[in-house]
Write a protein that binds this ligand. Structure first.
Ligand code: TYD
Length: 134
């Protein structure tokens, strides 16, 4: 099942009484070559983002600030991941239906993606996703 390939990445953290620091190095911490980074912010209460699958894109999602849920569905089972620490990344491979919801006030969602934006890589209809059997 596709959801078995989903992984929580435990990123390095340098604890310091002046303030903590975390980092990621593409080739050391991310299971694909990063071609694009984007972020989602100013999400009004109760709103959701996503609601689609990617045919070939892989991604890592980080809650840089605040918290939100990433809900993943592979057509067989559904899992909800609550992200609320900036040193955890959620690796989501291609072929999984996903949406983000339950955003806290001032949350900041950072997404690293294996490709540039391409609408042709999206499946935005859940029935079509189930039929596609990616
Ligand atoms: P979309 O991926 O549909 O957002 P969501 O994650 O909520 O499904 O993107 C929303 C709009 O932003 C869409 O018109 C395409 C545009 N967009 C870009 O131009 N570049 C990007 O990297 C992303 C992620 C979106």
């Amino acid at each position: 099942m596709k959801l078995d390939k989903v992984e929580i990445l435990d990123l390095p953290k340098i604890l310091d009484e002046r303030g903590n620091l975390s980092y990621l190095e593409g080739q050391n911490h991310i299971p694909f070559k990063i071609k694009r980074t984007y972020w989602i912010y100013d999400v009004p209460g109760g709103q959701m983002r996503g609601g689609h699958a990617y045919k070939s894109l892989h991604e890592v999602i980080i809650a840089l600030s605040g918290s939100f849920d990433v809900v993943l569905n592979d057509g067989v089972e559904e899992k909800r991941f609550h992200l609320n620490r900036s040193y955890f990344g959620l690796y989501v491979p291609n072929g999984i239906w996903r949406h983000l919801d339950n955003f806290s006030t001032n949350s900041l969602c950072l997404i690293m993606a294996s490709d540039i934006y391409d609408e042709k890589d999206y499946i935005r209809d859940f029935k079509e996703y189930q039929k596609a059997n990616l």
